[in-house]
Design a protein around this ligand. Structure first.
Ligand SMILES: Cc1ncc(COP(=O)(O)O)c(C=O)c1O
Length: 388
């Protein structure tokens, strides 16, 4: 085995999901979009149209950069003047993270991440053997002073400004300006991951970091949360200086992202489909977020729990009272019929064992209410044991 194989770890979440996938357990653990939102009929029609009109090209090998009309559609969707030539279609944005790791990280390279951060990014970076350093974070993500202090040696900072996975937090306008100012001043490259930006509930989030500083950012986007994750369709937008190397890494990884899927999505996107479809996802997820917040207010009253109030996305972050370990609580919660993901694995180094992540999008309102009540009861048990 190569040394890097020893660095690879099973996804802690996938391991937890195996334990919690019992039919009687309501899972708030997974990171899955709600399948009710998948536009199956639109895909049915689009698949037929692609096969009828362009079937042979759709089933042939294709360009590594991606299908031209999809690259153009992606560039047109972005809120800055992005050139389709800088768009690389990837097999999910997860592949974008893997390609970035391959071209930017040497063994020992310092890489900056938020604390906590997206676990899948840590999984993508780790085989390249970086020194992952956590940035000091608050309710808006990375604190600019700390970013500046750690910028000099770092290869890049990996940032999630919108409805972050796992915390649900969002960077405000001022914070974005300050972060970009640090990047411009220090030359620190930014990797901006934005799979959740369209899933806002109250108002759209401020413009992406990449819109303010495109030459210093690699931007990652995805169709997983606005159409369907099974497509495995994502994209990155990269400056000219790094695009050719990302493309070569892409060629080595899988030659190209399936041309059939790309054509089908171009068909689905016609006539402003997302403008009609995404608001339905927002409405569904907003109602479930509201139900979860109301249930938490009610059930957790007086238990010393802190929780975020995400204004979009899929996740809510919760901090348990002192002395309660989320990993230990999980077993009690599963016994009472609810599963969540402990927060510690999302940290680059020793994690906060009192934190946990709840998804509010896949369970119904009624299930959310039962699940939060069960979680509160398991916490009450744990608090009694702590005092006992
Ligand atoms: C922050 C973040 N980045 C990237 C991904 C990967 O998404 P995909 O590969 O489906 O585009 C996810 C998936 O949950 C995510 O939460």
């Amino acid at each position: 085995m190569a040394a890097r194989a020893a660095q690879m770890n099973p996804s802690v979440i996938r391991e937890i999901l195996k334990v919690t996938e019992r039919p009687e357990v309501i899972s708030l653990a997974g990171g899955l979009p709600s399948p009710e939102t998948f536009p199956v009929e639109a895909f049915e029609q689009a698949c037929a149209r692609v096969l009828q009109t362009d079937g042979r090209a759709a089933l042939q090998y294709a360009a590594s950069e991606g299908y031209g009309p999809l690259r153009e559609a992606v560039a047109a969707m972005l809120p800055w003047d992005a050139d389709p030539a800088q768009v690389l279609i990837t097999t999910g944005s997860q592949q974008g993270l893997d390609l970035i790791a391959k071209i930017l990280i040497d063994a020992g390279s310092p890489v900056l991440v938020e604390t906590p951060t997206y676990l899948g990014a840590l999984q993508a970076f780790t085989p390249m053997q970086p020194q992952v350093a956590g940035l000091r974070c608050d309710d808006e993500g990375a604190v600019p002073d700390d970013l500046a202090a750690q910028a000099a040696a770092a290869r890049f900072a990996y940032l999630l400004p919108n409805f972050q996975n796992p915390t649900g937090r969002t960077m405000g306008e001022e914070r974005r300006r300050a972060v970009v100012e640090v990047a411009v001043r220090t030359g620190l490259p930014l990797v901006e991951d934005n799979p959740y930006g369209d899933l806002w509930f109250d108002a759209p989030p401020p413009a992406p970091l990449s819109a303010r500083h495109p030459e210093g950012c690699i931007y990652l986007g995805s169709f997983s949360k606005v159409l369907a994750p099974g497509l495995r369709l994502g994209f990155l937008v990269a400056p000219k200086a790094v695009y050719p190397k990302l493309l070569q890494a892409k060629q080595a990884a899988d030659l190209h992202t399936p041309g059939f899927n790309q054509r089908v999505v171009v068909e689905v996107l016609r006539d402003g489909f997302l403008d009609r479809h995404v608001p339905t996802i927002r409405a569904l997820y907003r109602s479930r977020r509201d139900a979860m917040l109301a249930a938490l207010e009610r059930e957790m009253a007086g238990l010393g729990v802190e929780f975020g109030r995400p204004s979009g996305g899929m996740f809510l972050w919760l901090r348990l009272p002192p002395g309660i370990d989320a990993g230990a609580l999980l077993a009690q919660a599963v016994a009472r019929g609810v599963a969540f993901v402990p927060g510690a694995p999302f940290y680059p180094a020793a994690g906060d064992a009192r934190t946990l992540r709840l998804s509010f999008v896949t369970a119904s309102v009624e299930q959310i209410e039962r699940a939060v009540a069960a979680l509160a009861r398991s916490l009450q048990d744990a608090l009694q044991q702590r005092h006992g």
